[in-house]
Design a protein around this ligand. Structure first.
Ligand code: RP5
Length: 177
């Protein structure tokens, strides 16, 4: 366990490039529901994933130690960061890794949805991608890892095939009354 953190899930899937992996990083265990939707999306494409909890505000040093441990490893990785309210996590992780970071903050309608602004603007040299839907974040991460892993790419292509078939079937069903 890198950094000695609480590891809440690892699907241990054998699929994917040797070692290709998504790390889902949560700011709090209260982000678990969002995390589960991301995990389901990654499972759909056979992408190995692991979940950790490390708030950038509350346990900064702990988070940096955790990232340092991951950075020492050579495997292809994408981070998906999930933190609400004031999202320091996505920017701090992005500034401390060579891997792509996808920010996927949990839904919040409080304060007119203002929390989202903390993920939209970043300082120079800090560039987490932003995907708001958990299934979309999983798909984006899978596509990034598919660059080095044709198996993931094939599963994505198969999923798109079924997705389009369903969309056309919906049209036929409504046209046939
Ligand atoms: C952030 O604020 C968490 O990532 C979560 O989305 C939200 C609420 O956190 P807690 O109330 O569980 O600390 O810190």
């Amino acid at each position: 366990m890198s950094g000695g953190g609480l590891r809440v899930e690892s699907n241990g899937s054998p699929a994917g490039a040797p070692g290709a992996q998504v790390i889902i990083l949560l700011g709090s265990k209260s982000d678990r529901e969002h995390q589960m939707a991301i995990a389901r999306g990654l499972d759909r494409f056979g992408v190995t994933h692991e979940t950790r909890i490390a708030s950038a505000h509350r346990v900064t040093r702990y988070l940096l130690d955790m990232l340092e441990g991951y950075e020492r490893e050579r495997q292809p990785r994408v981070y998906i960061t999930v933190a609400g309210r004031s999202n320091a996590l996505s920017g701090v992780v992005d500034a401390n890794t060579r891997h792509p970071v996808i920010a996927c903050p949990p839904y919040s309608e409080r304060f007119g949805g203002m929390d989202l602004l903390s993920t939209v603007r970043m300082p120079g040299g800090v560039a987490p991608l932003l995907v708001l839907e958990p299934e979309g974040a999983a798909l984006a991460a899978a596509k990034i890892l598919a660059i080095g892993d044709p198996g993931i790419g094939e599963r994505i292509a198969a999923w798109y095939h079924d997705f389009r078939e369903q969309a056309m079937a919906d049209d036929r069903a409504i046209a046939d009354g």
